[in-house]
Design a protein around this ligand. Structure first.
Ligand code: G6P
Ligand code: ZN
Length: 543
């Protein structure tokens, strides 16, 4: 095998964000751009000769080009084997599982998650480590450092691999195995959930709608929901992955999955509705006439998880990201297990899962998952919901009401202000951060600030600290506003304002969320001066 060294100057700005390096396709398509980044990853992780690497993506535009390049670079860097999903497809949770199952040293996941795809849209590369989870910050920081001094990448002379047929071939001295992207993952799901009971419910007339949003979960949902669980054909909508997701944002929320919402709030709504995002790690749960916030979903799943075979032995702990509502904390308290509060980003759950300190994790950003893999997992959440509903023979709405009657209700919403000029967003955050020490004791309408801080996380497993993870304003009585800048955008800055109000079980559990949060919305403006800094009078997206 002859290794070819391609001289290549560094590119500025190859800093991985919350979830890998994300840029416009046009940026990634520049000569050497993707190659430099992949090489920088390999320079940092220094694969053992003969190591296995997993490669897969969400099928978006530019996937195949980068996969072919990455395979050759992997061969030149001494990997012994690459496992790649057929068609270049592997959902993010499936990639995590494949890394773990086959003892790979890591994997490259090519995706920009819920961001749109196509020649003028977004692309991304993320590296996951041997535990199947996103690389920790020490690794992503080292990769970023390396991208700033890199001066060459390595490759071999080899024809493109046929990605559309399962089987093995060679690239240099390396074996490339094209694998079925669905089978291993679907088998894992069968070990965790009671497929028999779900099948019986389906036979008894239980109906659902699943919107794959023309993204990666289509093939997984067809196999698991329609083939293995017996839901009728047509249950899975938009089930064929497209390079541009049919021109939509593959983001399962009220805005981008509005057709599913219309179905679920319409006259012929099935029992259960769900959707997943571009790379299959997010989930949307909506019952007939009842949307379940991701924060509530985490709490409700945790409270009922023991009904699924994979969790029959109970949970070791729950973990949630800081901006996620405290609904899960109340479940943890009643189960007598710990609840961890981590910074935003699934990677922060990795240590807790590896150490056996948490079993179920979740984030307000539509992510839920468990220790079965090291990524959040959209279809896993859907299947756990199905398992619970099938065992309990209860509607989503009744389950939600029963939950709130027991634990109280955390009214919750996130307001996003998108594509802000970065300097304006930074100025807002800087001014707010400086004002935090003076907030305690101040009143905003009926709300009095109890505490205000910049969230910092001390990882209980490795002792590392992550500072500046969002600004928190905590009010007396358990209400809360969190301000944070998104770490996943590709243009300008996105300000996220997370609003949460706790209502005790004895209180008014029947309010509409915007009404319940009205005072907090006014307080957020008064505290942060969003309009003064950005000129915006309303958020672009409310989730
Ligand atoms: C990705 C990560 C999530 C994280 C989310 C937050 O989806 O995988 O773990 O919660 O980004 O994104 P943000 O835009 O708020 O930084
Ligand atoms: Zn995603």
């Amino acid at each position: 095998m002859t290794v070819i060294t391609v001289p290549s100057p560094p590119y500025a700005g190859q800093k991985p964000g919350t979830s890998g390096l994300r840029k416009k396709v046009k940026v990634f398509a520049q000569p050497n751009y993707a190659e430099n980044f992949v090489q920088a990853v390999f320079d940092v992780v220094k694969p053992q000769p003969g190591a296995t690497l997993v490669i897969g993506g969400d099928g978006r535009y530019h996937n195949r080009t980068v996969i072919q390049a990455a395979i050759r670079i992997a061969a030149a860097n001494g990997y012994g084997q690459v496992l790649v999903g057929r068609g270049g497809i592997l959902s993010t949770p499936a990639a995590s599982h494949v890394i773990r199952k086959y003892g790979a040293s890591g994997g490259l996941i090519l995706s920009a998650s819920h961001n749109p795809g196509g020649p003028d849209e977004d692309f991304g590369i993320k590296y996951n480590t041997a535990n199947g989870g996103p690389a920790p910050e020490a690794v992503t920081e080292a990769v970023y450092l390396r991208t700033q001094t890199i001066d060459r990448w390595l490759t071999v002379e080899s024809a493109d691999v046929d990605l559309d047929a399962c089987g093995s071939t060679r690239c240099g001295d390396m074996t490339v195995s094209v694998i079925d992207p669905v089978a291993d993952y679907a088998d894992l799901m069968e070990t965790l959930f009671d497929f028999g009971t779900i099948r019986s419910a389906v036979k008894g007339g239980f109906r659902m709608a699943f919107d794959a949003m023309h993204a990666v979960t289509g093939p997984y949902a067809h196999e698991i929901l329609e083939k293995r669980l017996g839901f009728p054909a047509g249950t899975v909508r938009n089930g064929v992955p497209l390079e541009d997701f049919g021109g939509h944002h593959p983001d399962p929320n009220m805005v981008h999955a509005h057709e599913l919402f219309e179905t679920m709030f319409g006259p012929d709504a099935p029992d259960f509705g769900a959707a997943s995002d571009g790379d299959g790690d997010r989930n949307l749960i909506v019952g007939r006439g009842r949307f379940v916030t991701p924060s509530d979903s985490l709490a409700m799943l945790a409270a009922n998880a023991h009904l699924a075979p994979g969790y029959r032995g109970g949970l070791k702990g729950i973990a949630r990201s800081m901006p996620t509502s405290a609904a899960a904390d109340r479940v943890a308290a009643s189960l007598g297990i710990p609840c961890f509060e981590t910074p935003t980003g699934w990677k922060f759950f990795g240590n807790l899962l590896d150490a056996g300190m948490a079993t179920i994790c979740g984030e307000e950003s539509a992510g839920t998952g468990s220790d079965h893999v090291r990524e959040k997992d959209g279809l896993w959440a859907v299947l756990l919901w199905l398992n619970i509903l099938a065992v309990r023979k209860i509607s989503v709405d009744d389950l939600a009401r029963e939950h709130w009657d027991t634990y109280g209700r955390n009214y919750y919403a996130r307001h996003d202000y998108e594509a802000l000029p970065t300097d304006k967003a930074d100025a807002l955050m800087a001014e707010l951060k400086a004002a935090l020490p003076n907030l305690p004791g101040k009143a905003f309408g009926h709300l009095t600030v109890a505490e205000a801080d910049s969230f910092s996380y001390l990882d209980p497993v490795d002792g590392s600290t992550s500072a500046n993870q969002g600004l928190r304003v905590l009010f007396e009585g358990g209400s809360r506003i969190v301000f944070r800048l998104s770490g996943t955008g590709t243009e300008g800055a996105t300000l996220r304002v997370y609003l949460e109000r706790y209502e005790m079980a004895s209180g008014n559990l029947e309010q509409e969320t915007p009404h319940a949060l009205a005072d907090l919305i006014v307080a957020a403006e008064a505290i942060a001066g969003i309009e003064r800094h950005t000129g915006r009078t309303a958020p672009d997206v409310v989730t």
